[in-house]
Design a protein around this ligand. Structure first.
Ligand code: GRG
Length: 305
């Protein structure tokens, strides 16, 4: 099991709050610098500032801290880009052609607050803005150009046609049918796990992780990424709509393949615990600088939203 004593000593809530403020300031700056004012910018800002846990940017920062050695401004730019991409995916996921959801982060979804065309464009613009911010960035201390390119490629691969978008395609195509367990896992790995993995590995790369550190962090990320989606499936059944800020019971209503629907609630919870145990095991060679990553892993199965 994981080291409970150290988790008790680590103040995760204040760590999360601090990092949320940090990334929100960065996102505000990127939006101010790189968008015109007007309806499109309003819709982009509305979706990004509607709330959200900021778990992907926080994982990026925590991973960089676990390794040490990162230029903070490079990590911030990357963290912002990850959240912009995540927000785009949520806007598009909520559209009538996808999950057709009216509530996200406790507020009307972007296409309800604005309109469908504006929501599509706001998502497109957020995705593009992420890569614009990444490719505009210059580190004063000089993060090597190859490292920076690696990060950009790492994120692009994770969210594109062999990553998140493919996961979404398979998810949409599978509605109403029955998937094998392997097919279900591959959807979770692509749709949710890929961006979470890229968040961890990009932070690690910016901190000059060694190949063996990178391998351990990849294992950590793959396990928490899968656990994150398993818990999301569980919360869609058992969660509280007000706490979560989004509708619940929607997976069953859309006949979606999920962990609870395939293996039941108890086995899903057991699966999430096993994955988190694996993730913590992968961090065993890291010192106390990985404490945030350890605490986040535990938070993923305890979260209520
Ligand atoms: C390209 C048309 C087009 C659509 C792309 C790729 C995609 C749409 C959607 C997939 C992304 C998605 C909705 C994955 C589910 C992952 C998930 C559990 C999202 C919720 O993340 P949280 O809990 O949300 O971190 P907050 O609001 O806290 O940021």
């Amino acid at each position: 099991m994981w080291p409970e004593r150290e988790l008790v000593m680590f103040d995760l809530p204040s760590y999360l709050r601090g990092k949320q403020v940090w990334v929100n300031c960065g996102i505000g700056q990127v939006l101010t610098d790189m968008t015109y004012s007007g309806r499109l910018a309003d819709a982009m800002r509305y979706a990004v500032t509607a709330g959200g846990k900021r778990i992907r940017p926080i994982l990026c920062a925590a991973s960089a801290e676990a390794v040490g050695n990162a230029d903070e401004s490079a990590v911030l730019t990357t963290a912002c880009a990850l959240e912009l991409i995540h927000t785009y995916s949520l806007i598009h996921d909520d559209l009538p052609a996808m999950d057709d959801d009216a509530l996200r982060r406790g507020k009307p979804t972007c296409h309800i607050a604005f309109d469908e065309a504006t929501a599509i464009l706001a998502g497109d613009a957020l995705l593009t803005l992420a890569f614009q911010a990444l490719s505009t960035f210059k580190t004063p201390s000089g993060t090597p150009a190859e490292k920076w390119l690696w990060v950009i490629r790492n994120i692009a691969e994770a969210v594109g046609a062999k990553g998140m978008v493919e996961g979404q395609m398979r998810d949409v195509a599978s509605e109403g049918g029955t998937l094998t367990f392997e097919e279900l896992e591959s959807i979770h790995r692509l749709k949710t796990g890929a961006l979470i993995s890229a968040s961890v590995t990009s932070g690690a790369a910016l901190a000059q992780a060694s190949p063996s550190q990178m391998a351990c962090l990849k294992t950590y990320a793959q396990n928490i990424g899968m656990a994150f989606q398993v818990v999301d499936d569980i919360l869609n059944v058992e969660g509280d709509k007000t706490v979560m800020g989004k509708a619940v019971g929607t997976d069953q209503a859309r006949s979606k393949n999920t962990y609870p629907s395939r293996i039941g609630m108890a086995a899903s919870k057991e699966k999430a615990k096993t994955l988190i145990g694996n993730a913590l095991q992968a961090l065993s060679g890291f010192d106390t600088r990985a404490e945030a990553l350890r605490a986040i892993a535990s938070y993923i199965i305890e979260r209520k939203k």
